[in-house]
Ligand binder design. Structure first.
Ligand SMILES: [Zn+2]
Length: 129
């Protein structure tokens, strides 16, 4: 997604709109056309929210090709008020990350794609008080 497009959509993107299955209750982010758990199309869009707490994380010291300049990568499972999101953390050193740390969604550059395009994506950073 280009920077201009993501900037226009940033309030929606930062609300982390996903889906909740009305049949089995499964919550999924990003949104899909059908429930990944039971394949039902009886779904509703829900906002997971832009703030949450880290419930698990890992540090990737040897990233895949293209992500070398982002090493070490901190990948976290963040629990928001409406679900859980697997995300990359930014603006924090690996040794500063703690379980229960409050974080908030932000928009940052990702690694360059094979065709030279630099996408912007949602990541999480420590919550500013
Ligand atoms: Zn379902």
């Amino acid at each position: 997604m280009s920077f201009q497009r993501i900037w226009r959509l940033k309030d929606i993107l930062l609300d982390l709109v996903g889906i909740r299955c009305k049949d089995c209750g499964y919550t999924c982010y990003p949104p899909k056309a059908a429930c990944p758990k039971c394949s039902s199309r009886n779904i509703e869009r829900i906002a997971l929210g832009s703030v949450g707490k880290i419930v698990s994380y890992t540090v990737v010291n040897v990233p895949i090709e293209g992500f070398e300049n982002m090493s070490p990568l901190v990948i976290a499972l963040v629990e928001t008020s409406n679900g859980k999101v697997l995300t990359q953390l930014t603006n924090v050193k690996p040794e500063e990350v703690r379980l229960g740390m409050e974080v908030e969604a932000t928009i940052r550059r990702s690694a360059m794609t094979l065709d030279g395009y630099v996408p912007y994506i949602v990541k999480f950073k420590p919550k500013e008080s």
